[in-house]
Every structure is written in structure tokens, then in C-alpha cells.
Ligand binder design. Structure first.
Ligand code: F0G
Length: 375
């Protein structure tokens, strides 16, 4: 077929219109809801040759790159719904506590909707990219000398006293929007994966993803339900230890949380799916962080690498082996999806620290070729 005739027979792909338009029937919106969107969602589901190779056939590992969302994290999925509903309800201001990404998304969507945004962040413990987003979008930023859990308690108290809408994931509209990540995965793969791996902080996301899979399964679009595998950072792993962590600590500042709001729902996702919630060390997180960047070309923030760190840790323990015997068809691949929750550019300082910045050189050919390994 000639190029001219093929261009007359192929139709243009429909433009992407954001997660609310894509999944409207699954979401709590009506024709009266004013949709506030930055065209979030439709993020890449990348096959990982590096990780699939480490597990071997018939395992296939995919990366759901949520860093490709407009503000650089999965939070946009929930925020489009939360802010649209806030506008519908006549709200004038939104409020959240955040380790950074929620505040970035809240302030961007609020700016678009013409709402005021107020964010409480743990002072000194949020990545530079995220802070810059909240500031440039015009949020009123309170940098509090306390951790995220204390900031969230303060948010609950402020919301009782002032006319503001809380847009943390305790707002159910956030969970509704975030479940669309599971829908997209099923739509791309043609079924749910066998294993779904995700970082866990405040535990809203694992709650939302499990809800998404269940809803799709119910209407026959998922085929099966995945095993949900969640990963906390070792120094901030209350769900793993079963105890609130008073002083959470990890280089993965996004998930530096000691008392997750959706703790109970995360346990339900784990237990109903016969999954696990485990801890990974900062060292394991940084190894996965570098592996993704250097072998798959995918730059994520440290917290996002927790899902891949967990994958590697479980693979080492041969956790996935029994799945081979449970396959209904021998030629069927075993699909694993790791959620990469946020973009690496959120936290450029960590990237530079973990590799070592180049030292300045004179403009001299010999010095430069030696330094870059061209001998
Ligand atoms: N990954 C990233 C990059 C995050 O920013 C977060 C949470 C998570 C994973 C964990 O998701 O809380 O739903 O279990 N960030 C929140 C924030 C807490 O304030 O931006 P979760």
C-alpha cells in the first residue's frame, strides 16, 4: 500500500482527554461536575528487559511510569477528581499535608481551577523539585518542624476549624482517581498482571489500585486479580512491624511516614489478594534506583524504586517460583508490574550524590578524553 492510500484508510488516534473522560463511568462525576484536568494518566507501561532478564522466562516485568504525569507523579490521577469535586462543591481553598508530591499536584490543579492552596510540609525533608512546584504554583507553604504524620494531624484539625477542602488521600475522591492506574494497566496488558508491586507510604495508592483491580474484575475486564505486593522503606515500615513509627527515617523522603492514614485498607489489599507488605533498605532502594536509570533508561525518585527493590529482594528468595506451577497454560507468561510513582527530576540532588558529580576540567583534549574513558 502506498503512503498516500494508507493515510486515507487509517484514522487519527483520538486525543487523550485525561483520566476522568477516559474512565468517567467508574468515577463519581456527573455532567454538572466542572472537570479540572492537566490531561493526566495514559502513562507508559514499559517492558523491562533488565528486570525480566533477571527473573528469567516466563516472567515478564513491566514498569508503569507514573513520573510521566503532568506534575511528575501518580498524585495527578487523584487530584483531577479531588479538585473537580471541590470546585463542584463550591470550595474556595484546598489543604494538604505532604512529603512533596501531593502538594505539587494540589497546588498545580488548584492554580488551574482558580482555588487557593495551602500545604503543610515537613521542613527540611522534602525534595527540592517538589518544593519548587508548590511555590511556583502559588501555594501558601507552611514548612513545619515536624514529620508528615504530625502535619497530617494538623491538617485534620485546621479543616475542622476553617472552610477548606482536604485533598490528602483521606479524601475519598483521591482514591477514586488513583484507581485508574489499575484500569490502564489492565487495558494495556489485556488482563490484570499476576503480581502488582508498589511503594507504600500513607497507603492511599495501594488501596486505590486494589479497588481499581476489583472493580475491573467484577465487570470482566481484568480476567483475574493480581497479588498485591507493597514495599515500605525499612526506617519507615509501620505496616510491616505492626507498630506506629514515631521517628520514621529513610532517604526515600516521599514515603517517610510512620502512621499511614490508609493502614487498614492496605492490610485488606494485602490479605484479600494473598499478597505481602515488606520493608526494603535504603541501600536496596538506591541499587534499584540506579539499575532503573542505567539499564532501563528510566529516571525515578528514590521512593519509586522501592517497588523494584522489593521485586529483586523477593526474586532472590524465590518468592515467585510457585507461580510457575500455578499457571493454567504452560505457554502463558507471568506478568509483573512495578509502579514507578514519581519522576527522578523531583530529587536531582539524590542522583548527583549517589553517583558523584564530575570535577571541573581544563578545556584540554587530553584531560577530557582521559576523564571520559576515551583512551
Ligand atoms: N511514591 C511517591 C513518589 C510518593 O510521593 C508517595 C506518597 C508514595 C510513593 C506512597 O504513596 O502514600 O499512597 O502510599 N506521597 C505522599 C505525598 C505521602 O505527600 O506526596 P501512598
Amino acid at each position: 500500500m502506498s503512503a498516500a492510500s494508507s493515510s486515507t484508510t487509517t484514522s487519527r488516534p483520538a486525543p487523550w482527554r485525561g483520566v476522568i473522560e477516559a474512565y468517567r463511568v467508574f468515577l463519581p462525576v456527573s455532567p454538572a461536575t466542572p472537570i479540572v484536568t492537566l490531561l493526566e494518566g495514559n502513562t507508559p507501561l514499559l517492558y523491562s528487559k533488565a528486570l525480566s532478564g533477571r527473573l528469567g522466562e516466563p516472567f515478564r516485568v513491566y514498569l508503569k511510569y507514573e513520573g510521566a504525569n503532568p506534575t511528575g507523579s501518580f498524585k495527578d490521577r487523584g487530584m483531577t477528581v479531588a479538585i473537580s469535586k471541590a470546585v463542584e462543591a463550591g470550595s474556595r481553598a484546598v489543604l494538604c499535608a505532604s512529603t512533596g508530591n501531593t502538594s505539587a499536584a494540589a497546588s498545580a490543579y488548584a492554580a488551574r481551577a482558580g482555588l487557593r492552596s495551602i500545604v503543610l510540609i515537613p521542613s527540611g525533608n522534602i525534595a527540592m523539585g517538589k518544593l519548587s512546584q508548590a511555590l511556583i504554583h502559588g501555594a501558601r507553604v507552611a514548612a513545619v518542624n515536624a514529620n508528615f504524620d504530625v502535619c497530617l494531624e494538623l491538617v485534620r484539625t485546621i479543616a475542622d476549624r476553617y472552610p477548606v477542602t482536604v485533598v490528602n488521600s483521606i479524601n475519598p475522591f483521591r482514591i477514586e482517581g488513583q484507581k485508574t492506574c489499575a484500569f490502564e494497566i489492565c487495558d494495556t496488558l489485556g488482563r490484570a498482571p499476576d503480581f502488582h508491586l508498589t511503594p507504600v507510604g500513607n497507603a492511599g495508592n495501594i488501596t486505590a489500585q486494589w479497588k481499581g483491580y476489583r472493580e475491573y474484575h467484577k465487570i470482566g475486564r481484568a480476567g483475574r486479580l493480581p497479588v498485591m505486593l507493597g514495599f515500605q522503606a525499612k526506617g519507615a515500615s509501620p505496616i510491616v512491624s505492626g507498630r506506629v513509627v514515631k521517628k520514621p527515617n529513610t532517604i526515600a523522603t516521599a514515603i517517610r511516614i510512620g502512621n499511614p492514614a490508609s493502614w487498614r485498607q492496605a492490610l485488606a489489599a494485602r490479605d484479600e489478594s494473598h499478597g505481602r507488605i515488606e520493608a526494603v533498605t535504603d541501600r536496596q532502594i538506591l541499587e534499584a534506583y540506579q539499575l532503573l536509570a542505567q539499564e532501563d533508561g528510566v529516571f525515578v525518585e528514590p521512593a519509586s524504586a522501592a517497588s523494584v527493590a522489593g521485586l529483586l529482594a523477593l526474586a532472590k528468595r524465590r518468592y515467585f517460583r510457585p507461580a510457575l506451577k500455578q499457571r493454567t497454560r504452560r505457554d502463558e507468561p507471568i506478568l509483573l508490574v512495578c509502579i514507578l510513582t514519581g519522576h527522578g527530576l523531583k530529587d536531582p540532588e539524590r542522583a548527583i550524590q549517589s553517583i558523584r558529580a564530575p570535577r571541573p576540567l581544563p578545556p584540554d583534549l587530553k584531560a577530557i578524553s582521559t576523564a571520559v574513558g576515551l583512551h
